[in-house]
Design a protein around this ligand. Structure first.
Ligand code: G3H
Ligand code: 13P
Ligand code: NA
Ligand code: ZN
Length: 307
């Protein structure tokens, strides 16, 4: 069924596992992820970005997710990823999403609170839960200077005040992760002390880790082996995520690793079979690669199999 994250998070918050939230853009990606969750018997969040809505059209993603649920019987929470204003959040609530993210992290504290509160009021009145974000995800350049951390990372006291004043259901925090395939120039670093402080101050608030892809070596190497050019890509090591789930992280966002797994496999098939031009012959293996990768994430990184 289409479910809310309320029960998922309530179970996960004081446990040693987290729920994977995977970005979806087309049928093969949706099918690949849902099959993995079905095999692993794990809770699942599928999330849709503004870019995904633009690419596929909102109704296609909605109907595809509904079809996946009906076909497999898997419970899915359908979530808007990085809603930047009230309007897109309202649209997704009205469309039947069970969860929306309002991302006011680029705004000053008080404006972020006001925007988040507006979305919370609208969504809660309709049984929909809300994720907000406080702090700015690091860019590669922020990795160098320790000074830059306190300017961009989530302030624990502000996080507590933010949750109290907005009534938001979950909070995305900045502790060193970033979006995309180039997360760190040098050694990967996450601010675990900060995470522990935030979790201690708001122990009942599920925390969300964006930019949590690991940029798995296997897929980067395969992309590069078959004509790709993505040198220097680096993600968050999976053991770091595995540790973070013990300190209140309940939702782990993954998009880049899906892109890499699918693209690596499509590159391989097209290179090894240059005579092939039936899209099913490369999209099918791309979908299978996503299933295997997501199974691995659920089982080995998120510790969520059978939960
Ligand atoms: O947070 C970013 C996600 O990876 C979605 O990316 O906006 O290109 O769809 P997108
Ligand atoms: P990645 O780019 O690390 O996969 O992060 C995805 C994300 O945070 C989506 O909101
Ligand atoms: Na999100
Ligand atoms: Zn994100």
């Amino acid at each position: 069924a289409l479910v809310t994250t309320k029960e998922m998070f309530a179970k996960a918050i004081n446990s040693d596992y987290a729920i994977g939230a995977f970005n979806v853009n087309n049928m093969e990606i949706i099918q690949g992820i849902v099959e993995a969750a079905q095999i692993e018997n794990a809770p699942l969040i599928l999330q849709v970005s503004a870019g995904a809505r633009k690419y596929a059209k909102p109704i296609y993603l909605l109907k595809l997710v509904e079809a996946a649920i009906e076909d497999t019987g898997v419970d899915v929470a359908l979530h808007l990823d990085h809603g930047e204003d009230f309007d897109i959040c309202k649209k997704c609530v009205d469309d039947g999403f069970t969860s929306v993210m309002v991302d006011g992290s680029k705004h000053p504290f008080e404006e972020n609170i006001a925007l988040t509160k507006q979305v919370v009021d609208y969504a809660h009145a309709r049984g929909v839960v809300v994720e907000a974000e406080l702090g700015k995800l690091a860019g590669v350049e922020d990795n160098i200077k320790v000074d830059a951390r306190s300017a961009t990372f989530t302030d624990p006291d502000e996080a507590a005040e933010f949750v109290e004043r907005t009534g938001v259901d979950s909070l995305a925090i900045a502790i060193g992760t970033s979006h995309g395939a180039y997360k760190f120039k040098g050694e990967p670093y996450l601010d675990f002390e900060r995470l522990k402080k935030i979790h201690a101050l708001i122990p009942d608030t599920p925390l969300v880790l964006h930019g949590a892809s690991s940029v798995l070596r296997e897929f980067v190497d395969r992309c590069n082996e078959f004509g790709g050019e993505i040198p220097g890509a680096q993600g968050v090591p999976e053991d770091m995520i595995h540790e973070a789930v013990n300190y209140g992280i309940c939702k782990v966002n993954v998009d880049t690793d899906l892109r890499l797994a699918m693209t690596a496999e499509i590159r391989r098939v097209l290179t090894e079979h240059p005579e092939e031009f039936d899209p099913r012959k490369y999209l099918g293996p791309g979908r299978d690669a996503i299933t295997r990768m997501v199974q691995h994430k659920i089982r080995d990184m998120l510790n969520a199999s059978g939960t």
